[in-house]
Each structure stands twice: as structure tokens, then as C-alpha cells.
Ligand binder design. Structure first.
Ligand SMILES: *Cc1c(COP(=O)(O)O)cnc(C)c1O
Length: 495
């Protein structure tokens, strides 16, 4: 029986459904299972399989307490017509490399891969204390992409509701409209007077407020939960696209069964790349996983020195979804790389919260570096790479993907090992920055920038993004930081 416990202790024994519903362990650790890798995915049989079938095999190995029928239903609903490419995550040649597009979902960012299916997983979980009226209210502070992807996933999902806070005036026009026009009877969107950190800290306080929790449960049968990538149900769907990439390389006869592949991954919270490590443990022939960071290069420093130090300046960059100083999912990698040493992990995480820094033992660092490469790009390099990729390949990339593209250009190339660059957002989510990088007109609204980008590159904006210009704005609320808790309570009462 596969059970889940914290990265910091072995006392819990939860099914994957319970771990998904609970989100994070009581001691602050992340849920992991020691059965990971006991069931392998059959690589030889991948060729020609559609994404949904690969998902059934991979998720079946990772979430064994879901029945085959439950998973099939979740997969069919999550990876259907709302994706603009029937391959879901199509692999395309890019010069001597390959690019894996993760942004063809409803909100045009890679978070859709996980957030389209997480609400469907949640619908198959049941309340711990047997309150069958219980509803889960997802609470999220967002700097842009996560909020919209979570809204799109949870809108009208049975047994759930969602409230999203974003910093007023600090998200792009497209991002704000993506959220404020969201349809669904169970969604709430509210701007906050403050920056993202203020909003994020307030959300954490609300999660920790026992009195509020008791009141929400008693008055409205509501429990609060989080949709960020510490939830195991958000992590495992991402393992699938690594297998899908491999299947497409096999199908195009770039590789033979068993050949190793290298992945270059734009990552901040270490979620995107950790999924690649899980894929390797499930039997995927992965030679290297290369971490690509932006100017917030805390992961680069860690992987080169063994010291993780969050006490550093925070940069707000043109790749906002990777602007992160605390890379939560690193904890899961450290757990597996240290052979499940919960005492070590617990000590390191204690150091991090107490001193803002920790250092891993040298043998552990050597082991990590054997698999994980790293690099980072500053903002000028990001702009240069957007231009370079367009010039060399006639392919437009977004600023997050450009970090990975840059790191790939810097690495020595092994001609025998195909390299896959993961692409995490449509360039049309950041049309102003992309136009500036390409030397195109970037003066007008985001929508005018989209039109220019489309005309000058012969590419098409995702219909959902373009349609925002004329969509009805449903949410105009703005609250001060100390009004957020009240907003949550009212939202719960209205359910
Ligand atoms: C969230 C996000 C990332 C980073 O994902 P991690 O889970 O932090 O690894 C990269 N690019 C885009 C566009 C994103 O939205």
C-alpha cells in the first residue's frame, strides 16, 4: 500500500487522496511516498500513445488509490477540447534542440497542466471528519499566472470554491483582465492595496488563523486549502509531460527506446523540474535535468555551492513567475536524494526558517550535481534571447522560456543526447516585453501589442487572450491588506 508522509517525519500514513486534500503536512513538510519508483512506466510501449493514455499510466503509478475509472474521468475532463493542440504538450524542433510547449491550455501558461486536473482529483477526495456538506475554498495570492490558472481549473468544480487576491496595479493588463472576467458561480477575485509579498503574507496568516477556521467550518461548512505547487496533486500531473516528450522523440525516430535525453527547465519553485526527477525515478532515461533561473538565482547558487541562502535582494523581473526566493519543492528533491533522511531535512528546513540559510553535506551535493545542471539569465540576456531565437528559428518565445533557451546556449552540447527545452508560457501573455525585445512597436495597450506581434511574426494570439479586450469585467473589488480576512469570510458565507 502506497502511503504518504512528511519530508520531515515518518509518523503520517496518508493515502494520496488524503494527501491531496490536506495539501501540506502538520509539521510544515511536504508529502512524499517511499514507494516512488517501485512501479515503473514501460518506456518501450510509449510510442504512438496519445497524451491521455500516457497520463493514465503515469498517474496510475503515482496515485494508486484512485481507481482506473476515476483517473480516466479526471484525465478526460482535464485534457480535452480546452487545449488548442490535441497533443496537449506538443514537441517541436528548434534548431538542433527540441522545444516542449506546455502553454496550449486555457490560460496559456504551463500551470494549466496541473490546475486543470487538481480540482478533478479533489472531487474524488472526502472530508477527514465526515462532514459531507464540507466545501473546500481555495485561497491564493498571485503575482499573475497562478491565479488565473487556478480560477480556470476550479470554476464551477463540485465541492469547491476559490478566492484569488492580486496586488492592485502590479499585474499586467492581460493578467488583470484574465482574472477579473473569470466566469463561474464559485469564484471570487479581489485586488489588494499592497504588493505581492503583502498579499502572500496575509494569505499565510489567514491559513494559520484557528479562530477563523472554526468559524468558517461552523457557519459555512468551509475549509480553506491551497492550490500552490506544494500540493502533491499539482506536482504529479507534471510528470506526464516528460514521458510525453520522450514518446514524441521516439515517434519522430530521434531516439531509440532506452536512449538518454536532457531537459532544460525554467523553474522557480522547483516544481517544473522536480517532476522531471520523478519521471526519472519512474524509469524515464533522463541524463541531466538543467535548472534555468532568472536574476533571482538562488537555485543556481545552491547547486554550485551547496549553500541555500534566501537572504538576498529580491528582483522583480520580466519573468515574474520565476521571481522566487524560497523554492519550496527543493525539499522533496533533498528528501529523495538523501535516501529519505527526515532528520536531515527537518534540520535544514529549521535552519532556513531560523537563519534564512542552510548548507547540505558535501557528498549529498555531489550526488545532486551529478544529475542537476544549472544556469541563469539576467533581463538583458532574456531580451537578447527572445530576439536570437526569433532570428535563428523563426520561433517566438516568452521571457520565462528565454531563460532556459539562454542556459541551453551556454551549455556544452553532447551530439548524442537530444536536448528538450521546456516552454512555459505563450509569448502573447507578455506581448509588450516580447515586442520590445524584437524591436517592434510596444507603445499601445497590451492588445495593440498583440496585434503588432501577430502581424510582424505571422503568429496568432490565443483566442482566449485576444477575447479579453471585449469580455465583461465581473470583479472590481479592492480591499486593504487588513480587509482580506473579512473578504474571505463574506465569500464563504455567500456559498
Ligand atoms: C510557474 C511558472 C514557472 C515556474 O514553475 P515552478 O513550478 O516554479 O518550477 C515558469 N514559467 C511560467 C510561465 C510559470 O507560470
Amino acid at each position: 500500500m502506497t502511503t504518504f508522509h512528511s519530508t520531515r517525519s515518518t509518523t503520517d500514513s496518508l493515502t494520496s487522496k488524503q494527501a491531496i486534500r490536506k495539501g501540506i503536512a502538520d509539521d510544515g513538510g511536504l508529502f512524499v511516498t517511499d514507494s516512488l519508483g517501485e512501479t515503473k512506466v514501460d518506456i518501450a510501449s510509449l510510442t504512438g500513445k496519445p497524451y491521455q493514455q500516457i497520463a493514465a499510466e503515469v498517474l496510475g503509478a503515482l496515485l494508486p488509490d484512485f481507481t482506473e475509472a476515476e483517473l480516466a474521468q479526471c484525465i478526460a475532463d482535464a485534457y480535452g477540447e480546452q487545449w488548442s493542440d490535441r497533443r496537449i504538450t506538443p514537441l517541436k524542433p528548434l534548431g538542433d534542440d527540441y522545444i516542449l510547449e506546455l502553454f496550449n491550455g486555457p490560460t496559456s501558461a504551463f500551470k494549466d497542466v496541473a490546475l486543470q486536473i487538481l480540482p478533478r482529483f479533489m472531487a474524488h477526495t472526502t472530508p477527514a471528519d465526515g462532514d459531507t456538506d464540507e466545501k473546500i475554498m481555495i485561497l491564493t495570492a498571485t503575482s499573475g499566472d497562478t491565479g488565473k490558472a487556478a480560477l480556470a481549473g476550479f470554476a464551477d468544480a463540485p465541492g469547491t470554491a476559490i478566492t484569488v487576491f492580486y496586488p492592485q496595479g502590479k499585474v499586467s493588463q492581460v493578467q488583470e483582465l484574465q482574472m477579473s472576467t473569470q466566469a463561474g458561480a464559485n469564484v471570487n477575485v479581489c485586488a489588494v492595496e499592497g504588493n505581492f509579498d503583502d498579499a502572500q503574507s496575509a494569505v499565510k496568516r489567514i491559513f494559520g488563523d484557528k479562530e477563523l477556521a472554526a468559524k468558517l467550518a461552523a457557519d459555512s461548512h468551509v475549509v480553506l486549502s491551497s492550490a500552490n505547487s506544494i500540493n502533491v496533486g499539482r506536482l504529479v500531473p507534471q510528470v506526464v509531460y516528460y514521458f510525453s516528450a520522450y514518446a514524441q522523440l521516439l515517434e519522430n525516430q530521434v531516439i531509440n527506446v532506452g536512449d538518454e535525453v536532457e531537459f532544460v527547465v525554467p523553474t522557480g519553485n522547483f516544481g517544473d523540474i522536480l517532476a522531471g526527477y520523478y519521471a526519472k525515478m519512474l524509469g524515464l532515461p533522463v541524463k541531466h535535468l538543467v535548472v534555468a533561473s532568472d536574476k533571482n538565482n538562488v537555485l543556481f547558487d545552491f547547486l554550485t555551492t551547496g549553500t541555500y541562502n534566501r537572504q538576498r535582494p529580491f528582483f522583480q523581473t520580466i519573468s515574474p513567475s520565476m521571481d522566487i526566493l524560497i523554492s519550496s519543492n527543493l525539499e522533496r528533491m533533498l528528501y529523495y536524494m538523501s535516501e529519505g533522511d527526515t532528520r536531515l531535512i527537518s534540520m535544514l528546513m529549521n535552519d532556513l526558517s531560523q537563519w534564512g540559510t542552510y548548507e547540505v553535506p558535501e557528498p549529498l551535493l555531489a550526488k545532486i550535481r551529478h544529475l542537476f545542471g544549472c544556469g541563469w539569465a539576467d533581463e538583458d540576456q532574456v531580451r537578447e534571447m527572445i530576439a536570437d531565437c526569433w532570428k535563428k528559428n523563426r520561433y517566438v518565445i516568452d521571457p520565462h522560456t528565454a531563460c532556459a533557451y539562454f542556459v541551453a546556449q551556454q551549455m556544452p552540447r553532447d551530439p548524442l543526447t537530444p536536448r528538450v527545452i521546456l516552454s512555459t508560457a505563450s509569448p502573447y501573455k507578455f506581448p509588450r516585453v516580447v515586442n520590445e525585445a524584437l524591436g517592434l512597436d510596444a507603445d499601445g495597450t497590451d492588445f495593440e501589442c498583440m496585434d503588432v506581434l501577430s502581424r510582424e511574426t505571422g503568429t496568432t494570439a490565443p483566442a482566449a487572450l485576444h477575447g479579453l479586450e471585449t469580455a465583461d469585467v465581473r470583479f472590481k473589488d479592492v480591499v486593504p491588506i487588513d480587509g482580506m480576512e473579512d473578504y474571505v469570510e463574506k465569500a464563504a458565507q455567500a456559498l
